[in-house]
Design a protein. Structure first.
Length: 141
């Protein structure tokens, strides 16, 4: 233990930049497994737990603002054609450019009528589908 005490005393005589460089070199030589063990030892000795994911530093407000941003593109999804399947097929053909068989298959199976459209266009398409008797929804892309 005397060697450790001497090493600590000597490290206190170093300038801050030299101590940082010394510690960096020491940690580099440990390797991933050694660093993992060292981290667990420090957690136990100091009674703390290492944070994962970068902590709550300056990046946290940026992450919160990304969550708060509203999506800009939407998908219109047909769930069911309803009772007026022919009217729904007509709307699908009009908005998607599919041929008659493609529109019929989409009406029967359901799925995405249009992908990645602006909110206004998605709402207009949703209204057309619902007016035709379909069950549909708008989802963020």
């Amino acid at each position: 233990m005397g060697t450790l005490t001497n090493l600590l005393d000597e490290s206190q005589k170093l300038a801050e930049a030299e101590r940082v460089e010394f510690l960096g070199t020491l940690l580099e030589r440990e390797g991933a497994l050694g660093l993992s063990r060292l981290l667990r030892s420090l957690e136990a000795k100091l009674g703390v737990t290492a944070a994962t994911g970068g902590g709550a530093g300056p990046a946290a407000p940026a992450a919160e603002s990304r969550k708060a941003e509203a999506p800009t593109s939407f998908d219109v999804v047909l769930k069911s054609p309803g009772a007026k399947k022919i009217d729904v097929i007509k709307v699908i053909r009009e908005v998607s450019g599919l041929d008659l068989m493609g529109a019929k298959n989409l009406a029967e199976k359901g799925g995405e009528v249009k992908k990645g459209v602006p909110k206004e266009e998605a709402d207009t398409l949703l209204k057309k589908l619902k007016d035709a008797g379909a069950e549909a929804e708008v989802k963020p892309a």
